[in-house]
Design a binder for this molecule. Structure first.
Ligand code: SDX
Length: 377
């Protein structure tokens, strides 16, 4: 039989392409978007500027930002048809299934779906950036028997999302924590969902198909779904004092601890210190330190016992809980941010495309003749 080739299950350590969008540096535990450190972007800019940066390669000046904001605000409204479709969703549908289906429907009604030129893909990406939060918020309210709240073009991106979900805009510390989470979630090289969007784009399919597929990938608890799983886990632990025993009991069952570990970072996720800082600010604002105290115990024990560090989903979960979002909304919020990174990669894949098609090494039965039905055992 032929020699076994070098198979890289999970594509571990495989460089599949070049990319200019972002750089993860495990050796220095850092991450840059188009050359800018994410920590600096969190302090010196906001999510709208970062969306522009990821798509255009440069931070916007005041005029460019104003034009980008105006374009985004003008595209937030959902069509009456989509609102009717959202009303048909099962009330117990998972919000990731809801936004996956809503994006797929947006593709059906977008006049430019068939046009995969760079200019058209960019116009469609902006419509997705503007409409995904409105669809996430509307589906969430409908699932609770509440009427959707229409997007408000007078509000900035983050304020508008809170207004559509809760009917009000929270204090600036909450908006800042949310904005920081959106910057940190925006982009992360060839993670599973991003590579999914590139793979779909590589066959010359359209951006709505690519993003629908990306949402499907992000939903998994090994990836974006972890931020929801983290909060379910924290909610199971009665108190910070009970956390160590709870965790050790899980060690006995070799269970995965959600919110920990990473394929690329091996000495901690560069985004965690910033997200942790803003999760602690949320704990102060709300006056509820239970979740961050429990988290601190889990992080200590995981490091001591397994040498495994938290990833971004670990502090993001409690931060979103403290902001008041339903736990199943946590990963759809990740979608509202990651649409920026996904689209940047769709543009890049489309600009220098090569169909993505790896090989499989066959280990099934040797070739054999087809037996007539009468002789089949
Ligand atoms: C995100 O790729 C990205 O960039 C993703 C992301 C992004 O921005 O797009 O950063 C967002 O998805 C973060 C990851 C969120 N997922 C989770 O928190 C789920 C829990 N994490 C694990 O499933 C795991 O750490 C992965 C999936 C994140 C990484 O898996 P790898 O690289 O395949 O690592 P591995 O499974 O080979 O783990 C190595 C060892 C294993 O032990 P052994 O089988 O060798 O004895 O470490 C153990 C694992 O069992 N391990 C864990 C663990 N993570 C790794 N053990 C317990 N709990 C964990 N969380």
């Amino acid at each position: 039989s032929e020699a076994t080739p070098d198979i890289r299950k999970g594509l571990v350590g495989v460089y599949a392409d070049e990319s200019a969008v972002s750089k993860v540096m495990p050796e220095t535990n850092s991450l840059t978007y188009r050359g800018y450190a994410v920590q600096d972007l969190c302090e010196e800019s906001n999510f709208e500027e970062v969306a522009y940066l990821l798509w255009h390669g440069e931070l916007p000046n005041a005029a460019q930002l104003a034009a980008f904001q105006a374009e985004e605000r003008a595209n937030r409204a959902l069509s009456p048809a989509l609102l009717r479709v959202l009303r048909e969703f099962p009330a117990d549908a998972h919000p990731m299934d809801a936004i996956r289906t809503a994006v797929s429907f947006m593709g059906m009604e977008d006049a430019e779906t068939a046009d995969i030129s760079d200019a058209a893909q960019r116009r469609k990406a902006l419509r997705l950036l503007a409409k995904i939060p409105a669809a996430v918020a509307a589906a969430n309210r409908l699932s609770k028997g509440l009427e959707p709240i229409a997007p408000d073009a007078s509000l900035p991106f983050c304020e508008n999302f809170f207004h559509m979900v809760f009917g009000k805009v929270p204090q600036k510390e909450v908006i800042k924590s949310f904005d920081v989470s959106m910057i940190l979630y925006a982009e992360h090289t060839f993670n599973a969902s991003t590579y999914t969007t590139r793979l779909v784009t590589s066959s010359m399919s359209d951006i709505h198909s690519a993003i629908t597929a990306g949402i499907g990938s992000l939903k998994g608890p090994l990836h974006g779904g972890a931020n929801e799983a983290v909060m379910h886990m924290l909610s199971e632990i009665p108190s910070p004092e009970a956390a160590e025993a709870w965790l050790r009991e899980r060690f006995d069952h070799k269970a995965l601890v959600m919110g920990f570990g990473h394929r690329v970072y091996k000495s901690g996720d560069s985004r965690v210190p910033t997200m942790k800082k803003y999760a602690e600010i949320m704990a102060e604002v709300v006056g509820d330190t239970r979740w961050m105290n429990t988290s601190a115990v889990l992080a200590r024990v995981m490091l001591e016992e397994k040498k495994i560090h938290p990833n971004l989903d670990f502090p993001a979960g409690p931060a979103y809980f403290l902001m008041g979002f339903d736990i199943p909304l946590f990963t759809p919020i990740f979608v509202c941010s990651r649409i920026t990174g996904w689209a940047a990669h769709v543009f890049e894949q489309g600009a220098d495309n090569r169909l993505i098609r790896p090989l499989s090494f066959y280990v099934g039965p040797e070739q054999r003749a087809v037996p007539p039905m009468s002789t089949r055992g």
